[in-house]
Ligand binder design. Structure first.
Ligand code: IVH
Length: 772
């Protein structure tokens, strides 16, 4: 044998061994990178020597030419199904029948999970995988040989020796929960079809005429039995499976032996408790008489073995009818669709309502009133509408329509608008959320707003529960959060369930809430997108309520962790007259936010003139051009008034042109100048960092820190980056150079990934720092 051929055999052997350890034993022996390296080497050698490519090479799992139809396969031994036990009694009856049939007092059972995928038969001849087939109707299935060959943990040839010349193994092809999520995310991204559950995804992926598609799907195989064999393997079912594992076939890691039906019941309970945590979906467990001789003795009844039974979990998915869609109004006025269903028992609980999230989801599902829908309930999660059974759509099905008027207050319902900014251009697109414009005039929003306002982490009014808030709003005593502070004990006493002491306590608790910290006060206002953390940032950075209320969105984006969308929400909130009125009333009625102070030094330092120029988002004016413009003009006023020649001396023609166009637009010019003025009013000093930054390794780059850092505080990290010339921003945009993401990183990390911005973890970043 020449050396290339020897190496090919060596590589195949090594890759098969790694695959076995990885997929069958779950004990990976080499890092993925090493596996990939060996794989590439084999692939290259096979490409150079096509005469040595064999069907069982690990490189042959990529799928082949698409088929026009699947051939049919006859199952020599029919692929049967299992009887089901739903109640404990069904199981006891099964055990009694088995013991009577065998005339034994005790019987040994194998216990295994019932995987929720699809049954497949794999035929090995002389240890080589020669055919894969679906179950079909049990007697004939479809030939899916090319597809099963793409499944990573299906051995193309058996390991070891001693296998029967003909060996048909049977098992389930399934998709893990994680694989399913990944696939659906990728499908959604590519605008493709998403799947309702891992089972459908597995079925859809396996029955592809184009095996290249199957190859790209995260399918897995688990072996649970044997069909045709040229000689017996072991005398127990578990013995058979253990031997199959030795030959390289994946078996369940949850296999157990039970010596009584009580132990089977305990197994059912134990697996049931871990069901959510398992990496794959199961719909029950399967018990099988372990001794093969006993199985033969018991035989079959109709199309089911007498020696096995599936003990199903209560279904977590059910079919029911969508009777109607109601719209609920939340704290921020979001009008969200809720499905009203014909009540149905799902996993032991009667479900009559399910969430539909928003109108985009309604459109994605294509759901109509009157439709039969699949409902899923998982653990404590709110039941969800998963899918529509379109074949069952009645002729009088009606589309789901958003009401034009708020169902609670009758105000107009408007579609939210999202403002996308890119290259200095703003585009307004329609959002998925509809909002009632009624604000505090809408009882639903008012109730939610007050519940939030008085909550523990906001104004912390002790003892003012949801039910009392409802009464206060329904009786008209409270029409805004400010009205809480004019309530009298007599008024409270008149409400249901109040007595002398309880009414006094409530008034005292309201009184005691009059001096919140500024951050709590801001949080309590319920500004959309402003949680406790953002409220703290606003309070700490801007120091007082007046500045927070006056701050322009662009100015707010200078604050740590405040991006454009949040800044816009804050600006919008304080622009609205009725919000300002409520705040004025609160202050007039004795609410005094505490701890107001000066503008934070961190904020003053974050603002540079060149930074402002760059933030305006003028096309072709990136950090470099912004620096040059800042150097030359020193203020926006001068920049806005600059003549063409001056501009051209600072920057390239198209940037100069863009600057011109930007300031020719009157509203933009006015806003930009107002922002500049505000930054000055807020105590900012223009300190161009140009000279310091020039020549520094990270000059001109914008970095974002997100998540928790372990080796240093965020302040330290920021200082390090700035010392290297980088700018540290609070939000991720296409201009971000790098994002350092620690544990717990959330939306910023997602955004960075979406925009293709470089992301480093803390370790990688610290390693990079060491190079400077
Ligand atoms: S044994 C004659 N074991 O359940 C016995 N089936 O309802 C045949 N299934 O078609 C099946 N996990 O697709 C068996 N551990 C397991 C199983 C299992 C899932 C599926 C299989 C079968 C169906 C029967």
């Amino acid at each position: 044998m020449n050396t290339a051929e020897t190496r090919i055999l060596e590589l195949r052997h090594a890759l098969d061994e790694h695959n076995y350890r990885y997929y069958v034993l779950d004990e990976p022996s080499v890092p993925d990178a090493e596996y990939d390296r060996l794989f590439r080497e084999l692939k290259a050698l096979e490409e150079a020597n096509p005469q040595w490519v064999t069907a069982d090479s690990p490189t042959q799992r990529v799928g082949g030419t698409a088929l026009s139809a699947f051939a049919t396969v006859r199952h020599e031994i029919p692929m049967l199904s299992l009887g089901n036990a739903f109640e404990a009694q069904d199981l006891l009856d099964f055990d009694r029948r088995v013991r009577e049939g065998l005339e034994q007092t005790t019987v040994e059972y194998s216990c295994e999970p019932k995987l929720d995928g699809l049954a497949v038969s794999l035929l090995y001849q002389q240890g080589q995988l020669v055919r894969g087939a679906t179950r079909g109707d049990g007697s004939t299935g479809e030939d899916i040989s090319t597809n099963v060959r793409t499944i990573r943990n299906v051995p193309l040839k058996l390991k070891g020796s001693g296998w029967p010349a003909t060996l048909e193994v049977r098992g389930e092809v399934y998709m893990s929960k994680a694989g399913f999520e990944r696939l659906n995310a990728a499908q959604a991204e590519a605008g493709g079809k998403t799947f309702a559950n891992p089972r459908n995804a597995a079925a859809g992926s396996l029955r592809q005429l184009d095996s290249k598609i199957t190859a790209s799907r995260p399918l897995e195989f688990c072996c649970y039995g044997i069909g045709q064999v040229s000689h017996d393997i072991a005398d127990t079912h578990i013995g058979n499976l253990k031997q199959l594992q030795q030959w390289g076939l994946p078996i369940s890691r949850e296999l157990q032996i039970a010596t009584s039906i009580e132990q089977c019941q305990a197994y059912y309970q134990a697996i049931g408790a871990r069901r959510q945590a398992l990496a794959y979906e199961i719909d029950g467990v399967v018990f099988k008489v372990n001794a093969i001789a006993a199985q033969r003795e018991l035989g079959f009844r109709a199309r089911e073995p007498r020696w096995a039974i599936a003990h199903k979990f209560p279904a977590s998915e059910e079919l029911t009818e969508l009777l109607g869609v109601e719209f609920q109004v939340g704290r921020t006025g979001a009008v969200t669709p809720v499905a009203r269903l014909k009540p149905v028992k799902v996993a032991g609980v009667t479900v009559a309502n399910a969430t539909l999230h928003n109108m985009d989801e309604v459109a994605r599902l294509g759901v109509m009133i009157g439709d039969t829908v699949i409902i899923r309930r998982a653990g404590d999660v709110i039941p969800q509408v998963m899918q529509v059974v379109t074949e069952r759509r009645p002729a009088d099905a009606r589309p789901v329509e958003v009401p034009r008027q708020c169902p609670v207050c009758g105000s107009e319902v408007e579609r939210t608008q999202l403002i996308k900014r890119s290259k200095g251009k703003q585009t307004v697109i329609e959002g998925a959320v509809y909002r009632c414009v009624g604000r505090l005039a809408c009882a639903a929003q008012l109730k939610q707003a007050i519940i939030h306002f008085v909550s523990r982490r906001a104004m912390d009014v002790d003892g003012l529960g949801d039910k009392i808030v409802e009464q206060l709003v329904d009786t008209g005593l409270v029409r805004s959060p400010a009205d809480l502070y004019t309530l009298t004990q007599e008024q409270v006493l008149a409400l249901e369930g109040f007595a002398e002491v309880s009414s006094r306590n409530l008034i005292n608790a309201i009184d005691a809430s009059r001096q919140p910290t500024l951050a709590r006060f801001i949080f309590a206002l319920g500004i959309p997108e402003v949680g406790e953390e953002t409220a703290k940032v606003l309070a700490r950075s801007l120091g007082n309520l007046q500045r927070i209320m006056a701050a322009r969105p662009l100015v707010l984006t200078y604050l740590p962790d405040i991006g454009q969308e949040v800044a816009y929400e804050i600006g919008h909130f304080f622009e609205e007259a009725h919000n300002r009125t409520v705040i004025t009333q609160l202050l007039a009625r004795g609410v005094q936010p505490q701890g107001e102070g000066e503008l934070h030094a961190e904020f003053a330092a974050a603002t540079t003139f060149e930074g402002l120029v760059a933030k305006l988002g003028i096309p072709y004016v990136g950090p470099g051009a912004a620096q040059k413009l800042a150097e030359r003009f020193g203020s926006l006023e001068k920049l806005a008034a600059a003549d063409w020649l001056d501009l051209r001396q600072a920057v390239a023609e198209r940037a100069a042109q863009a600057v011109r166009e930007y300031f020719d637009d009157e509203p933009r010019r006015t806003e930009a100048l107002a922002v500049e003025q505000q930054l000055r009013d807020f105590g900012m000093h223009w300190a161009s960092t140009r000279r310091e930054a020039e020549g520094l390794p990270l000059a001109g780059q914008t970095w974002v820190l997100t998540g928790t850092l372990e080796s240093m505080t965020r302040e330290e990290a920021k200082a390090k980056l700035e010392a290297l010339g980088a700018k540290v921003a609070g939000s991720v945009s296409a201009k971000t150079h790098t994002v350092v993401a620690g544990p717990g990183a959330g939306s910023k990390l997602v955004k960075a990934q979406q925009l293709g911005v470089r992301v480093l973890d803390e370790g990688q970043w610290v390693a990079q720092l060491a190079h400077y």
